[in-house]
Design a binder for this molecule. Structure first.
Ligand code: MN
Length: 487
């Protein structure tokens, strides 16, 4: 039975700045509203919003979000209305609940409706990114209680999670949550593969945990002896869905996967990360070609850490991940760890969330759905690269973006007047695909009249494409064809 004390305990443990009386009030309000209702599995309904709110508190979200989590199904499923919520808990909570209620009505009915639903989701996220956090927490609990539903419904929810919500969580850097969403969906979507993989892992479980335990102690002792502060050192097992994906790439051979288990070492600074790496490599032999410097070159989704695989006792290999507390925090909570408010109390829109705004602006037009699907693929489902301006600012772009995409991302005028590019101080064509870590400088031709229509052949971002289309003069044949088409 849901007991508000459990939620208040999490709030204390995570040291959240939250008015606990308000949380208690919201809990009572929700409990009363859902009184007598049960979920498909027979549990009292209140358990669901309660678990949703607990997840939000564990992700360090703010008071309004936690309260909205408690109330998120009230207008949809009870006699209480959105207006009642607004009267009791204010405009901000009511807006969040409204955002979630609207999303709740989205149902899959053909590709067109589906895309329209996705667009609605991005509109909700663009007006307040916290809506998607509540949706994630709601979905997480629904997945945990999925067994009570009919098979088709179960499959639809699991597939939608794997195809839509997990990639969005990934894009927002919430990898821990992404892993949970994927593994719960995996279990329902491919039950045989899931069970097989779990059994295969359990076979060598005790051996693996023994390796983790001894290596954890040895590495900690070694770093201490060298005078290093170790803030945290802990073992982790690879998430099942990502292990499954990796095995598919390696002919199902478990011995080719070197990161089934890993040790995570958290040290105070970036300099400490490299120092710890040096100490570890001089004590245990590293496997060739397994060292990755994701600090200097972050993964496409922004992940940072040093990864290496070392031989430990009896020839066993173990992956070691070395990071700072900030990198660790970012990996656990993603965007939820560092969003902030402006003076009016709405979420300040971070540059890194531009893609959400872009996707929310899509208008309903005939023939447009293909293009929307394309932008979705690029903005959400494709990997990203991180490149630098000459001043050292980080710009986040889809993979294979070119200097033209970069230029339009910086400013329309820079895109319009671009005549060439220097990548890492070398002259390069405007069509050159950029790589993570590149330093990009755009060469400007002041008198240039506008973009070149040929750029459409290689640009990757929607923003660049739209601007080139509206500004570049059409070729004579295109003009004639479009005049003819109009009659
Ligand atoms: Mn719900």
């Amino acid at each position: 039975m849901a007991d508000v004390k459990e939620l208040l305990k999490i709030i204390d443990e995570e040291k959240l700045q939250v008015d606990k009386d308000m949380v208690r009030l919201a809990f009572d309000f929700a409990q009363e509203a859902h009184q007598g209702k049960t979920r498909k599995n027979g549990e009292p309904y209140i358990n669901h919003p309660f678990e949703t709110a607990k997840t939000l508190a564990r992700y360090h979200l703010d008071q309004d979000t936690i309260i909205a989590g408690l109330l998120h199904d009230v207008p949809e499923d009870t006699n209480k209305t959105l207006l009642d919520v607004r009267k009791e808990f204010g405009k901000d909570v009511a807006n969040l609940v409204e955002g979630i209620t609207k999303l709740g009505k989205l149902k899959y009915r053909g590709i067109e409706r589906y895309l329209e639903n996705l667009r609605k989701m991005f509109v909700a996220m663009a007006s307040d990114i916290r809506v998607i956090f509540i949706k994630f927490a709601d979905r997480l609990h629904n997945l945990k209680t999925l067994s009570a539903l009919a098979p088709e419904k179960r499959e639809r929810i699991a597939r939608e999670t794997l195809e839509i919500y997990a990639p969005i969580a990934n894009r927002l850097g919430m990898w821990q949550l992404k892993g949970q969403l994927e593994d719960l969906s995996f279990k329902h979507l491919y039950p045989d593969e899931y069970r097989g993989l779990k059994e295969a892992l359990e076979k060598n479980f005790s051996e693996r945990s023994e390796v983790l335990k001894t290596m954890r102690a040895s590495i900690q002792a070694k770093l201490k002896k060298e005078g290093m502060a170790v803030l945290e050192i802990s073992g982790r097992t690879k998430d099942l869905w990502s292990l499954y994906q990796k095995l598919l790439k390696h002919n199902n051979e478990m011995r080719h996967v070197h990161d089934i288990i890993a040790l995570r070492v958290v040290v105070p600074t970036v300099a400490d990360c490299y120092r710890a790496l040096g100490i570890i490599h001089s004590t245990w032999l590293p496997l060739p070609n397994r060292f990755k410097d994701y600090i200097a070159q972050p993964k496409p989704n922004g992940y940072q850490s040093l990864h290496t695989t070392i031989f430990c006792d009896r020839g066993k290999a173990l992956e070691v991940q070395i990071k700072t507390p900030e990198m660790h925090q970012a990996a656990e909570y993603g965007i939820a760890a560092h969003w902030n408010y402006d003076e009016r109390g709405s979420i300040k829109f971070d540059k890194t969330l531009d893609w959400v705004q872009e996707l929310s602006k899509w208008r309903e037009e005939a023939n447009d759905s293909k293009e929307y699907l394309n932008s979705l693929k690029i903005d959400v489902f494709q990997d990203r690269i991180f490149v630098f301006t000459p001043k050292g600012d980080v710009i986040d772009l889809p993979e294979n973006s070119t200097p033209v995409d970069f230029a339009y991302h910086i400013h329309t005028a820079i895109g319009d007047k671009a005549s060439g590019a220097r990548i890492n101080n070398q002259m390069a064509a405007l069509s050159t695909p950029l790589k993570s870590g590149d330093m990009v400088e755009i060469v400007i031709e002041k008198n240039r009249r506008g973009p070149n229509r040929d750029w459409l052949k290689f640009v990757k971002t929607r923003a660049a494409r739209d601007k080139i289309k509206t500004k570049a003069p059409k070729g004579i044949w295109e003009t004639i064809t479009s005049l003819r088409a109009k009659g």
